[in-house]
Design a binder for this molecule. Structure first.
Ligand SMILES: Nc1ncnc2c1ncn2[C@@H]1O[C@H](COP(=O)(O)OP(=O)(O)OP(=O)(O)O)[C@@H](O)[C@H]1O
Length: 775
């Protein structure tokens, strides 16, 4: 194993060596260039020495940047150095070719092909070097399972599940580059749009690039009073411009399509992932936060990513083409036009890093504001009834103000960036320098006016696309800021009771056959020496060494003071949480060995506040048969029959038929258009329509008035007919028919027996509770 000390020495030496070499090259080139320029002596080495000077200047700047950026000394930092040395050599080759071209300068047929090749190598090398400098030097490869690659949607989350045996912990990643690389890999499944988009782009570029040339040629022809040539160029401009415009549609459409698909994929995979999280995760996360992740973060990360591909490709091709054209027409002016590139690279790198950090904060602030809005709007009735509208508005304003201030900061930074880079450096300095050098060349008859005009037009484009290539990088960093938050959630380890952690083992088929529908039912449920504490309150144990055995087909009622742990027992039976010690078994099998989806599918639950979905009554009852419907196990007629049968047992059929649209009546969001008792009866129908082996009624009648309670209680008793039933109840009169009543106190079973047995005891806890409730 290489010691960190060795790597450090190697990296530092490599950097120093490269800087030393390129600096000497720079000094030599300047020594040749300046005397030539000052004396205006037309040396054959004049232009090429400028190129050599520039390339070595770039090499020096890039080398220094690498040293500055090389903070983490990992093995991967070697890669950019090797690439850097290769690119530096390419620069030197480019410069030498350009130099050798001057030897042909006096020949009657200058070799333009070699000139173009020399210029292109120079430009491409420069761009490659800068692009290489931009990412952080240490970018450890993604472990294969974390790369999205061409994986399917479900595959996106599957690698993140705990595996058996547990994988060794991954090495600490470089978050910055990992996020960006992972973001880029997201586009891979949609690469066909990118391929076609890029083809359309490459096809249109020659037409698009030729336009300034025709403009310059027309102006030159007007100057020479060559009218036919001028009109011919105008015609060519119109033809090329029209073709360019038609192909532009396909570029916008295909890249846009890629973006839409990207957003869709990220959203659905994130949504699936979130639904797989364990219940404890939802205890500590607000809905607003999650919707923010799903809406703004996913669209922020995807929108810039697609345009990154488009603009970086377009800009690279345009820059190469323009630089090639410039080097053919005047290498001196071309060299001057390219000097700005490394400066823009450095400024952009700094700006991009800052923007990524700030954009993460902006997204967090927006998520906070969303949480408040979501919470307030979902409890609008309560807010209004307490006349707290203004204080809630104030709370939202505070959060949105923070978001606003962060955006103001970003806008100021944006303003400074455009002022310095775009307006001052590019528009002012470079234009003035080119006009000055160009005028000197025109004065000494080294250049025609039409070439200078073409240069001025092309240099505008050159600078614009140079900026664009860096801005697309900046946008990528910005989207990776939002992407980090999405990936954080994607990578979040699912704790055991989540639905996403299920791993089949050899015994599963056996178990499922034994326990599947038609197998043992109703179910037998046992809790053996169960102790449990919620993670969010580690110092407050809820259940303490609790044991409870529930015979198949019996109804067991859990009673006790508020907060003694009754609902927690139901949550453990549903495997929303795992006990800290002891075990919960279902037909003798520890819940941890069962497919959690299958387990929950065999349990029907009715809680105190049933949540109905916004669809029709029929759809709400069918919700309990989702799997069967998806797998086409029930046909439409059978479905109607089962729904009506369940509704009849739940005492819901008659009131549903009283509605004008019957089962097609819309429940409204969260069932607002139904009364509490009606909602509860729909919820009972929903729970029993799947014919569950175990029914959990968690204070199902607690919120109802006497009449509704009676109807619902009747429904519950009828529904309990075929299943093992656990009833949690406050009102003792609702549990008197239970086979067994279990009294819980401080997380322990303190008494158990039928109503009659417990009453007979006289001095027991139940008898006392009963007496109190009658008083
Ligand atoms: N998600 C949670 N996170 C942390 N603590 C919780 C959570 N749910 C319940 N608790 C705490 O656990 C204890 C038992 O709660 P549980 O809901 O099981 O009581 P309960 O007997 O059903 O009460 P009630 O009859 O009032 O519904 C309480 O102190 C409660 O505050």
């Amino acid at each position: 194993m290489t010691s960190p000390y060795n790597i450090f020495t190697y990296n530092t030496l490599a950097n120093l060596l490269v800087i030393l070499l390129s600096s000497s090259l720079l000094v030599c080139s300047l020594l040749i260039t300046f005397p030539n320029y000052v004396s205006n002596y037309p040396s054959p080495f004049f232009n090429s020495s400028i190129a050599a000077a520039l390339s070595s200047l770039l090499a020096t700047a890039a080398g220094s940047m690498l040293v500055l950026m090389n903070k983490s000394q990992t093995k991967d930092t070697l890669k950019p150095f090797l690439a850097y040395i290769c690119v530096s050599s390419a620069l030197a080759v480019g410069a030498s070719i350009t130099t050798s071209l001057d030897l042909f300068e006096d020949s009657p047929h200058p070799n333009y092909i070699i000139e173009i090749a020399g210029g292109s190598i120079f430009t491409l090398s420069t761009l490659t070097l800068i692009v290489l400098c931009i990412p952080s030097p240490s970018s450890p490869p993604l472990p294969p399972q974390q790369s999205f690659g061409s994986q399917s949607l479900t595959d996106l989350s599957s690698p993140l599940l705990p595996s058996s045996p547990p994988a060794p912990p991954p090495p600490p990643p470089n978050k910055k580059s990992r996020g960006t690389r992972r973001l880029l890999s997201l586009a891979l499944p949609h690469r066909r749009y990118l391929y076609f988009g890029c083809s359309a782009l490459l096809l249109r570029l020659p037409f698009s690039l030729s336009i300034p040339h025709f403009v310059a040629e027309t102006i030159g022809a007007l100057n020479d009073e060559d009218w036919d040539y001028a009109y011919g160029n105008v015609l060519l401009l119109v033809v090329c411009g029209t073709i360019d415009a038609c192909l532009d549609f396909w570029c916008v459409y295909l890249f846009g399509l890629c973006q839409l698909n990207l957003v869709k994929t990220v959203r659905t995979s994130l949504f699936t992932r979130i639904l797989g999280f364990e219940v404890a995760f939802f205890d500590g996360t607000t809905v607003g936060d999650l919707t923010s992740r799903l809406n703004s973060d996913t669209s922020a990360m995807s929108s810039d990513l697609t345009w990154f591909f488009r603009f970086s490709i377009e800009a690279t091709v345009r820059i190469t083409g323009i630089a090639g054209y410039m080097f053919v027409r005047s290498r001196t002016l071309a060299g001057a036009a390219c000097t700005i590139i490394p400066v823009v690279a450095i400024v952009n790198k700094k700006y991009g890093d800052w923007l990524a950090k700030n954009s993460k904060e902006v997204q967090t602030a927006l998520a906070d504001a969303n949480s408040v809005a979501q919470e307030t709007l979902s409890c609008a009735r309560t807010v209004i009834s307490f006349a707290n509208e203004s204080s809630e508005s104030e709370r939202y304003n505070e959060k949105i103000e923070k978001h606003y201030l962060l955006n103001v900061k970003q806008t100021i930074a944006q303003g400074i960036y455009y002022m310095v880079v775009s307006t001052f450096l590019v528009n002012t300095c470079v234009q003035a320098a080119l006009l000055y050098i160009g005028s000197r060349l025109v004065e000494s008859n080294g250049l025609s006016v039409s070439v200078l005009v073409a240069f001025m037009l092309y240099q505008g484009q050159l600078q614009e696309y140079t900026l664009q290539i860096f801005q697309s990088y900046t946008a990528l960093r910005q989207s990776s800021g939002a992407g980090d938050k999405v990936f954080e959630m994607m990578d979040r380890k699912i704790e055991p009771p989540g639905v996403g952690d299920y791993k089949e083992d050899d015994n599963d088929d056996q178990r499922r056959t034994r326990l599947s529908r038609g197998g043992i039912r109703p179910a037998r449920v046992s809790l053996k020496n169960v102790s449990f504490t919620y993670n969010s309150r580690p110092n407050e144990p809820v259940l303490r060494d609790l044991s409870l055995d529930i015979e198949p087909g019996t109804m067991v009622a859990l009673v006790g003071k508020s907060g003694c742990g009754k609902s927690t027992i139901c949550s453990l039976v549903e495997r929303f949480y795992d006990p800290d010690s002891g075990s919960v078994t279902y037909d003798g099998e520890d819940l941890r060995n069962l497919d959690v989806k299958w387990l929950r599918g065999s349990i029907g639950i009715v809680s105190q506040e049933p949540v109905l979905f916004s669809g029709t009554i029929f759809e709400n009852i069918c919700y309990g048969l989702k799997r069967e419907i998806e797998e086409e196990e029930v046909d439409e007629g059978e479905l109607r029959e089962r729904v009506e049968e369940a509704a009849k047992i739940a005492n819901a059929h008659s009131f549903v038929m009283g509605f004008e649209k019957g089962y097609d009546t819309v429940c409204g969001e969260r069932g607002v258009s139904l009364s509490g008792g009606q909602k509860q009866r729909i919820a009972i129908a929903r729970a029993i329509v799947k014919n569950p082996a175990l029914l959990l009624f968690d204070e199902a009648t607690a919120a109802l008035d006497n009449e509704s309670e009676r109807v619902v209680q009747e429904a519950l008793e009828r529904a309990a007919g075929n299943a093992t039933t656990i009833v949690v109840a406050h009102r003792l009169k609702t549990v008197q028919k239970a086979d067994r009543i279990v009294v819980i106190e401080e997380g322990k079973v303190v008494e158990s027996g039928s109503h009659e047995e417990l009453v007979k005891r006289g001095d027991g806890k139940y008898a006392a509770m009963l007496k109190m409730s009658r008083d």
